[in-house]
Design a protein around this ligand. Structure first.
Ligand SMILES: *[C@@H]1O[C@H](CO)[C@@H](O)[C@H](O)[C@H]1NC(C)=O
Ligand SMILES: *[C@@H]1O[C@H](CO)[C@@H](O)[C@H](O)[C@H]1NC(C)=O
Length: 261
């Protein structure tokens, strides 16, 4: 019931021009992407919409800033079927997060947020970390990458309870520069679109673009009726900022409560 409400409202409220689902993909093998996070965004006590994210350290999840803004956030790790009562799931109420100081909703510039988990996630076979690239690492045009999430599976709005994935290729930046007036070459990655109908879509926002086993991009935004090509946040560009935030997270750290299970 709760999730139904959530998915219904996702329809209306997730900005897509704000990318969010997996179109043209397939169900993932359960728990084959153990770094994936499911985010429930609340307005006060009400679930509001959902997003993706990914675990880069036991106390840190990366996602898209437009998912979060100033609302309440719950993170679920270790999930396959988000409506199932899976024993693998770890749930966190997020109390601290850092949105990039230059994030702008207009054009989704610097669309990146780091969420702090407290207590830390328990790393096991269903909950694991994914690496991010270093600052000068880049993905070249034509690189095959994958994106996963729980978002819409078609433009008219079919939803899914289980995690899905799709393979996409890095596209020439000129293509996105022509389609998106606020496209920024360094801080964004242009993905998909060579006559394929594959894409991420509403509800996938915040999820990772995985290229060669590293999270190179964050699902950010696309066009409502033509989901492909679409724009991802370029993680490599933000790597120094991410490292700095992670250092701050660690400095503020209090001992974990021994009582979490
Ligand atoms: C959030 O909830 C409050 C109180 O229920 C409501 O007045 C407000 O319009 C909601 N915000 C949005 C963006 O829907
Ligand atoms: C991403 O950022 C890095 C580091 O600033 C840069 O070298 C690269 O060209 C950017 N774009 C892509 C698509 O990797």
């Amino acid at each position: 019931m709760l999730l139904l409400l959530l998915l219904t409202s996702a329809f209306v409220l997730v900005p897509w021009t704000g990318a969010g689902e997996i179109i043209g993909g397939r169900e993932v093998k359960p728990h084959s992407r153990p770094y994936m996070a499911y985010l429930i965004i609340q307005n006060g006590s009400k679930p509001f919409f959902s997003c993706g994210g990914f675990l880069i350290r036991p106390d840190a999840v990366l996602s898209a800033a437009h998912c979060v803004d100033k609302k309440g956030i719950t993170v679920i790790l270790g999930a396959h079927n988000i409506r199932g009562r899976e024993r693998s799931q770890q749930k966190f109420r997020v109390r601290q997060w850092v949105i990039h100081p230059k994030y702008s909703r207009d054009g989704f510039k610097n669309d990146i947020v780091l969420l702090k988990l407290k207590p830390k996630a328990r790393i096991n076979k269903n909950v694991q970390l994914i690496s991010i690239p270093r600052r000068m690492e880049r993905v070249i045009v034509g690189t095959k990458c994958e994106v996963a999430g729980w978002g819409w599976t078609s433009v008219p709005g079919h939803t899914t309870n289980v995690m899905r994935e799709v393979e996409l290729k890095v596209q020439k930046e000129e293509i996105c520069q022509n389609l998106f007036k606020n496209y920024q070459r360094q801080s964004m990655i242009c993905v998909g679109g060579d006559s394929s109908k594959k894409a991420s879509y509403k509800g996938d926002s915040g999820g990772p673009l995985i290229c060669k086993k590293k999270a190179h991009g964050i699902v950010s935004h696309g066009r409502e009726r033509h989901p492909s090509p679409e724009v991802y946040t370029n993680i490599s560009y933000f790597e120094p900022w991410i490292r700095e935030q992670l250092r701050k997270f660690a400095l503020q750290e209090l001992p974990d409560s021994p009582s979490y299970n």
